[in-house]
Write a protein of this length. Structure first.
Length: 212
């Protein structure tokens, strides 16, 4: 195609194949972009994070409540996790909540308050035997009983709630065994009960202790 034909509107036939080729390139690129987005996993887009755990134990009490509730969990070997010992055996206390203590932070001059009251313990492997879940009223700022909910979930291989219940603690030092359960070598639960046992006496010998 000569320069003259480009400007005088004439066409020697070479322009049509060029536009066809350009159109095919654009279509091919668009198709590849579409396939790339289609292959993105939904969980990657939502930002979900896989939790490396076999069981999760969650303890909650009313949002914004000022009292400090502590969680104690004992495994079949007698290992106990609590606020002063956050890792024991395959048990991990991932979150220790102290009621309204240090729940407010100031960022760029703005006060931000976290009202959630929740403690979480994860079991990151299976040891066959009995597990015990206790809660204790560590700091009482009022005179009303505090309702506490406890949930035990199996998360591997699929999510399964094996226990959900609640208790009330009404004074400083009050301790309750919420649930005891037994796991076999495959992690299957059985023998759920609430036979009482004090875990605070086991770890502190009756001493209420002082936080760090």
């Amino acid at each position: 195609m000569s320069e003259e034909s480009l400007f005088d509107g004439s066409d020697d036939g070479s322009f049509v194949p060029f536009t066809d080729m350009l159109f095919n390139v654009v279509m091919g690129f668009s198709f590849m972009v579409f396939i790339a987005f289609a292959l993105i996993r939904p969980e990657a887009m939502t930002g979900n994070v896989d939790i490396m755990a076999e069981y999760i134990i969650t303890v909650t009490w009313p949002e914004g409540h000022p009292d400090d509730i502590d969680t104690y969990v004992m495994d079949p070997g007698g290992n106990i996790v609590w606020y002063n010992n956050k890792e024991a055996g395959l048990l991990h206390l991932d979150r220790d909540d102290r009621g309204n203590f240090r729940d407010t932070v100031v960022i760029n001059g703005q006060r931000i308050e976290n009202l959630l009251n929740q403690e979480t313990v994860t079991l990151r492997g299976i040891v066959a035997g009995e597990y015990v879940v206790n809660v204790q009223h560590y700091v009482a700022n009022g005179i009303e009983p505090v309702p506490i909910s406890v949930k035990v979930e199996r998360v591997n291989p699929t999510l399964q709630v094996i226990y959900y219940g609640s208790v009330e603690l009404d004074h400083r030092g009050d301790e309750e065994t919420v649930v005891r359960f037994t796991l076999d070598a495959e992690g299957n639960p059985s023998n759920l009960n609430d036979r009482q046992i004090s875990l605070t006496q086991r770890v502190r010998g009756g001493d209420q202790g002082v936080r760090d």
